[in-house]
Design a protein around this ligand. Structure first.
Ligand code: PLP
Length: 387
């Protein structure tokens, strides 16, 4: 690199492997790598670690206020990493998943954990839509579970957990905690700061924020878990490409600004939909009428309520509701694209029933990922589609 160039950004290191000039150097670094004393700033081969990826990881750790962050090729790869590094086959670890989580994670539990690896897990269900934490305490006190997994704000029905209390209960019984914080984001609260062992984000969503990258991140404080995460990623080959890491580093510069605008717009859109005669339900923790308003206010410390909401189109019966949803989508799809993702700068939507029939109580629910456009424009698009 020309030393005279003023470089404010990390270059993209596309090298698959890095050069060594002496036998002793390569012998030493492979010795360190095998003994786990390998330093993050030393690079061998890009499936192990890559300088551009490390640079983005350092930015992510700063955002999360965690000691470390490890990037993977998708949010699912980070979820798999979190569960796998906390799982101990010899001790017959048993994992407890909260029931209200992303459908892909539920499929992962059933296919990868149960069918392919024979790993035991339990599911902690809600009662009348909320988690009974006395029951959780009782369940964890049995000593049966060693790992707990939950989403602070759940996809797609926005159940807000009393996350700090859940972590407190888990710690009492020495149960390790993984939080998927994709919906809430680290702007609203930071799980590791609050005692979680690991936090996972689908970087595909708010962190990269433009719907143009698939990536995931796992963050934590414990050094032994960092070593395990690096080893696991290296051996399953789940590292992110340096080009994508570079673009994420750039997109992170606007992360806080974007999320604040998403949250502000979502509140206004939720208030608009809540008053609309053709909408029967709006699920958004920022509405005072929402089941989780107080929970969210407490957990997020009045910083906002997120950029995601779910609403239901009114209809006399299920048939009428489905017809109304189809009509609404046909009218709105040009201005609000139907995309099975979220957390993008543009407002996008998803008919929940079309994706997760078994999880949607009715065909009438639409998940809306509110973008950062002018909010009056978003409301006008919805208003026109609902006419
Ligand atoms: N966690 C949540 C809450 C999600 O919504 C998703 C994807 O939609 C994931 C994890 C998985 O992320 P990815 O699609 O980046 O693998």
């Amino acid at each position: 690199m020309d030393k005279n160039i003023n470089q404010s950004k990390m270059p993209v290191y596309r090298d698959a492997g890095f050069s060594f000039y002496r036998f002793e150097d390569i012998e030493q670094i492979f010795g360190e790598e095998k003994s786990n004393s390998w330093q993050p700033e030393k690079y061998i081969y890009s499936r192990y670690r890559n300088p551009t990826v490390t640079h983005t990881e350092q930015k992510l750790a700063k955002l999360e206020n965690s000691n470390w962050s490890i990037l993977s090729a998708s949010g699912m790869a980070s979820i798999d990493m979190a569960i796998s590094i906390l799982y101990n086959a010899e001790k017959k670890s048993n994992i407890l998943f909260f029931s209200e989580i992303y459908g892909g994670t539920i499929s992962y539990m059933n296919y990868v954990l149960k069918q392919k690896r024979g790993v035991d897990f339990g599911v902690f269900n809600t009662e009348n839509g909320v988690y009974n934490l006395n029951k959780l305490d009782e369940l964890l006190s049995s000593g049966k579970y060693t790992v707990l997994y939950f989403e602070a704000v759940s996809n797609p029905f926005l159940v807000v957990s009393d996350a700090k209390e859940i972590i407190r209960i888990a710690k009492k019984y020495n149960v390790k905690v993984i939080v998927d914080n994709t919906f809430a984001t680290s702007i609203l609260w930071k799980p590791v700061e609050n005692g979680a062992d690991l936090v996972v984000h689908s970087v595909t969503k708010y962190l990269s924020g433009h719907g143009s990258i698939t990536a995931g991140v796992l963050s934590g404080n414990a050094a032994n878990l960092l070593h395990e995460a690096i080893e696991y990623r290296k051996l399953v080959g789940a590292i992110l490409s340096p080009d994508d890491a570079w673009r994420i580093a750039e997109q992170l510069d606007t992360f806080e600004m974007r999320v604040k605008k998403h949250n502000k717009n979502a509140l206004k859109v939720a208030q608009f939909l809540d008053k609309h005669p053709k909408i029967s339900t709006v699920i958004y923790p920022g509405l005072e009428s929402d089941n989780f308003y107080n929970e969210a206010k407490k957990l997020f410390n009045n910083k906002g309520f997120g950029g995601m909401l779910t609403f239901e189109i009114a209809g006399k019966n299920e048939e009428a509701k489905k017809a109304a949803v189809v009509k609404y989508l046909n009218k709105s799809k040009e201005s609000i694209p139907i995309i099975p993702s979220m957390g993008e700068t543009q407002t996008i939507q998803l008919p929940i029933y079309a994706v997760w029939k078994d999880r949607s109580p009715s065909p009438s629910y639409i998940r809306l990922s509110v973008g950062i456009e002018n909010v009056d424009e978003i409301i006008l698009n919805l208003e026109n589609a609902l006419k």
